[in-house]
Design a protein around this ligand. Structure first.
Ligand code: C2E
Ligand code: CA
Ligand code: CA
Length: 411
């Protein structure tokens, strides 16, 4: 089987000479679709632009984005292909990075020491043919047609679920995150990962966001009328921020439903934010002026620097679940978590830890002095009707399970 040689390959190395050598060697081995990138940033741009390669040759020592960070990005992108690590480092350093990639679920073919010998490269890549090749288009979203989704939005098949957030030090209820679901007539409850990308790619996301917002305001008003004031965080996409009328539309919706804009927060994922900094600054600033709180979502999965973040009017940093769940026993996750909370503190932002799944996560967050937590340990996303009962149950549970007395205790 020689058809693995038709697979698209990406070579990433900061030394132009090495890039040329590797490209040449790959060509000699019969590979045809070879792309090269002279830095981690350039490679990420290529990956973010769409087509994922099926094989990446990665130099692990690059000046700005190093191999470890790059692997983190591959995990985030759901990279389905194989990875070969290339480095002049000692075998020990290489094998440590290799283990890391492996733990994160990336298929590592092996590593090559510089200077790379053509035979070694050939042997390693030959193992590609014996492995089951991942499908070239892993897109799951394509199971639904855009016009079906469009009709579903218009006919009210999208429903909001709500996941509570609580204060880690006091146990207080802080509000909810709104998570949309599609109540599909045939398939039942469909999760956002199966239709948000579809909406984003087909110009439907603004209609979807307006639908989610409208339902949220209606629900907040209902809760308010029953004596329960709830703050809600809504996930928005880049296209929403590109619309200049978005802040005004939002403010009007709030006013019309008799809900204060103080009770609304918007979440934007770090990964969408940074590549679009210039475009979104305008809209974000105007939202901020309208006192609508803003949160950076999935923090730790993108590449914001302190300088980039400090330019933006964010109130909250939501640390991604992969650096929260199990962090107490995972030094890498811990390091990223601590660095993230440091950034938040320096910029006077509140931190929210996502993915709090068990008591160990909860206790650890208390010791870390984290502000707010969200996750299955506290509650799964639920329909609106279930919230008041959960709240009552939570208040009892805080005492029954002694949730506020961590080993070091709150200060
Ligand atoms: P997200 O904003 O990161 O939302 C958190 C996701 O983590 C939710 O998945 C939630 O159910 C899940 N989760 C909560 N607690 C835990 C936990 O303890 N452990 C684990 N493993 N997972 C937990 P969900 O509801 O499937 O949503 C997936 C993503 O879809 C969201 O990720 C968000 O980016 C997007 N999304 C959801 N609703 C909307 C929406 O109305 N508009 C837009 N644009 N995106 C949305
Ligand atoms: Ca979110
Ligand atoms: Ca998140």
């Amino acid at each position: 089987m020689e058809d693995y040689k038709a697979l698209p390959v990406l070579v990433v190395d900061d030394e132009p000479f090495i890039l040329n050598v590797l490209r040449h060697m790959l060509g000699q081995l019969g590979f045809e679709a070879i792309t090269t990138a002279g830095s981690g940033e350039e490679a990420l741009q290529i990956l973010n632009a769409g087509e994922l390669p099926q094989l990446i040759l990665l130099d692990i020592n690059m000046p700005s984005i190093d191999g470890v960070e790059f692997i983190r990005a591959l995990v985030t992108l759901g990279y389905p292909g194989s990875l070969v690590l290339v480095s002049g480092e000692s075998e020990r350093a290489l094998s440590a990075v290799m283990r890391l990639a492996d733990v994160r679920g990336i298929n590592v073919l092996g590593y090559l020491k510089k200077p790379v010998a053509p035979d070694a490269l050939g042997e390693l890549l030959a193992t590609l043919s014996t492995r089951t090749l991942p499908s070239l288009s892993p897109s799951k979203a394509s199971t639904y047609e855009p016009d079906i989704l469009q009709t579903a939005i218009a006919s009210g098949e999208l429903v909001n679920y709500f996941q509570p957030k609580v204060n880690v030090q006091t146990g207080a209820f802080e509000g909810v995150e709104v998570l949309v679901r599609w109540l599909h007539p045939r398939d039942g409850l469909v999760y956002p990962d199966d239709f948000i990308p579809l909406a984003e790619d087909n110009g439907l996301i603004q209609a979807l966001t307006m639908n989610v917002l409208c339902n949220t305001f209606r629900q907040l008003r209902l809760w308010q009328d029953s004596g329960l004031t709830v703050k809600a965080a809504i996930n928005i996409s880049m296209d929403d921020l590109n619309s200049l009328s978005f802040p005004d539309d939002l403010a009007k919706m709030a006013k019309d439903s008799g809900v204060s804009t103080h009770d609304i927060q918007l979440e934007v994922t770090e990964r969408q934010l940074i590549p679009n900094l210039a475009t979104v600054l305008d809209t974000l600033s105007r939202l901020h002026l309208k006192r609508i709180a803003l949160a950076v979502d999935d923090f730790g999965t993108g590449y914001s620097s302190l300088a980039q973040l400090s330019d933006l009017p964010f109130d909250q940093l939501k640390i991604d679940k992969r650096f929260v769940h199990g962090a107490s026993g995972n030094p890498t996750a811990q390091a990223i978590f601590i660095a993230s909370t440091d950034i938040a503190n320096q910029l006077a932002m509140e931190t929210v830890a996502e993915g709090v799944e068990d008591r160990a996560d909860w206790d650890w967050l208390q010791q870390m002095g984290c502000d707010v937590a969200q996750g299955y340990f506290i509650a799964r996303p639920m329909p609106a009707e279930a919230l008041p009962e959960w709240l009552e149950h939570w208040r009892q549970r805080v005492h029954a399970e002694d949730l506020l007395s961590s080993p070091t205790g709150p200060d």
